[in-house]
Ligand binder design. Structure first.
Ligand SMILES: [Zn+2]
Length: 235
């Protein structure tokens, strides 16, 4: 048996956990897609609101114009029917003026009605856009809360594991530790394998009788197939 290998094997357990934590941190969704959706919904709301405001102003202007035309029309009609104007030319001009104002009023009536419809529709669109914006913002905030909590948890776990690793590394034989590090760098983070029966538990290859004997006598042996240090647990 070799106590040095036992320490390295314990260290590897921590290294595997550290790799797992690092992988989970990398896979966390930082909410970029939801953020973009929330920004798009906010921009859509702004555009819809601006359009509604513009239509409301247009409606207000059209109503004012209509009122002014109606006032004018009333004045001209009063003059026309008052009997005070007798000159035929002047009467004819007045009549033309009244007709022109009536046409203008009719156009404005139509425009006011059309704008009223548009304002009503845009009001609905604003309300819808506001709801979408709020929902998207809420989804993003909720996600971020969960994301940050998970990130903090994993980072704290990483700190704890690194401390544990440092402690264990201090207890390992430096040369053996160096050898383990070199192997795990070349072989996907796994530098040491447990032996079970007569097999390497990483690559599941049968270990030769002479190698097994050497392991049992406390020598440092690497797997002939996968190169990992071979560790036989004391029974
Ligand atoms: Zn192996």
């Amino acid at each position: 048996m070799n106590d040095g290998l036992k320490m390295v094997f314990e260290l590897q357990k921590v290294d595997i956990l550290l790799a797992h934590v690092a992988s989970r941190l990398r896979k966390l969704d930082s909410g970029e897609t939801l953020k973009q959706s929330a920004e798009a919904a906010a921009a859509h709301y702004d555009r819809t609101s601006a359009e509604h405001k513009r239509l409301t102003t247009d409606l207000h202007d059209a109503e004012l114009e209509l009122r002014s035309v109606e006032e004018k029309l009333k004045t001209f009609e009063q003059r026309l029917w008052s009997g005070t104007v007798r000159n035929p030319k002047e009467l004819e001009n007045l009549e033309k003026e009244v007709n022109a104002l009536k046409r203008q009023r009719s156009r404005l009536d139509e425009r006011v009605l059309q704008l009223m419809d548009q304002v009503e529709a845009s009001q609905k669109a604003v309300e819808q856009a506001r709801q979408q914006k709020e929902q998207a913002e809420q989804a993003y905030q909720q996600h971020m809360q969960a994301y940050l909590a998970e990130k903090r948890k994993l980072e704290a776990e990483g700190v704890r594991l690194k401390q544990e690793r440092q402690k264990l590394a201090g207890q390992c034989d430096p040369q053996l530790l160096q050898r383990y590090e070199a192997i795990r760098q070349r072989h996907g983070g796994i530098g040491i394998s447990r032996v079970e029966g007569d097999s390497c538990m990483v690559c599941h290859t049968k270990i030769s009788t002479s190698a097994l004997r050497a392991i049992k006598s406390g020598q440092i042996v690497q797997c002939e197939n996968c190169s990992r240090l071979l560790y036989l647990e004391e029974t």
